[in-house]
Unconditional design. Sequence first.
Length: 457
Amino acid sequence: MTDLVTLAELGSPLVVIGGAAYVRHASPAAYWSTVGLPLSVARLLASYSSTMDACGLTVEPSRWRALAVRATTRREVRPVPPRRGIIRPTSTGLRMRLRLVPGQEPADVAASAERLRHAWGVHAVHVRDVKPGVVELRLVGFDVLQKVRMPRRSDNRPLEVPVALREDATAFVRDYRTVPHELVLGATLSGKSMYLRNLVTGLASQPVVLVGIDCKRGVELAPFALRLSALATDPDQAAELLPVLVKEMEDRYDLIKTRQGIAPGTAEELITSDIWGLPEDERPAPLVLVIDEIAELFMVATRKEEERRDEMVTQLIRLAQLGRAAGIYLEVCGQRFGAELGKGATMLRAQLTGRVCHRVNDEASAKMALSDIAPEAVQASCAIALELPGLAVVGDTSGGWSRIRTPYLSLADAAATCRATAHLAPDVPALNPFRPYVPLLPVAEPDSVASARPLTE
């Protein structure tokens, strides 16, 4: 009887530990909210000063502070850590601000992020500069990129689309007003199409002109045809569409010059304003050009195709150089995009400010996307595993970079969103000849209520 009681007493803690381990694996968010958060807060409060001292983030106190400590407490004067602010729990981690002591800079705290992660038992520690002398520590309790859950956003500004989740549990927002043009690279099954799918559906609910060039016979963008104002499915159609877009850009420049009283003969490069300075009733709708498999526009087999390629590349470069002020933005996708594609490829890539690199097949492809803006991000993009489609490294010309992952969105749901928002497509008469044809879906006839009588002997 005594042995049974002992086993029962021992079994209860084992069940609790086993249940906690299962919840940690099956639902990291629930485990963090119930177990991980209290433990991490306790570790942080108990070891804050010693951890900062071990990480080299303390400085000697001022002379007046040292004299005050000796006079009031007669204790040993210890180095001073950064002043800690209020700990703010979140659904994915903690947030805490630090007021740096004189002589410190945010880079000192960022260099110790890995040590702080182990000391406080969290998945990651990210440092953000808030204002001079103040940094914010964002502690992430678990790997938020394993199962992506986008945070709720209440402010949806024009031309801003939350398209993925960053590794610090914040939303990666594709902002065309800040980063007008972007290059998206990725090998087959890397998640590049999923990124594009989330981006198009996010733009579909805004009054934005969507134009697509999909040289894979339209298999990627055709499901969104009802929301697209124009779609080219092969290089021949693209060669006809791009001059129309260039002409639309020139017409918008003429509209800006007319409104501002600038002489009609003024060159486009000398105009510093944009369409956002126009009155709302005169402002043309912004236009986003999505190009899938950009390499197909560069491939040539004959001399005639080479001339067509040079014309298209020149028009793309003009759109990338001058389109921002006219409200025309580029989203260029492909598997590789380097000088081996042909003349003009490197010049076009230099105009693409934003960079998104999914899993690639070789290091050279990663260097094409990231080496000229964030060299240290190349190795991070080469380390993306096959088991994590949608994981990517994103950077821009500021030099900053981070890991992101796109949430799963089925093609049926994306197509349904585009069908529901088809009425939001602005009318651009110049693009009407390129509007994709969408056949009507056959209507299934309802089953008859009456049924035939069964034959009997």
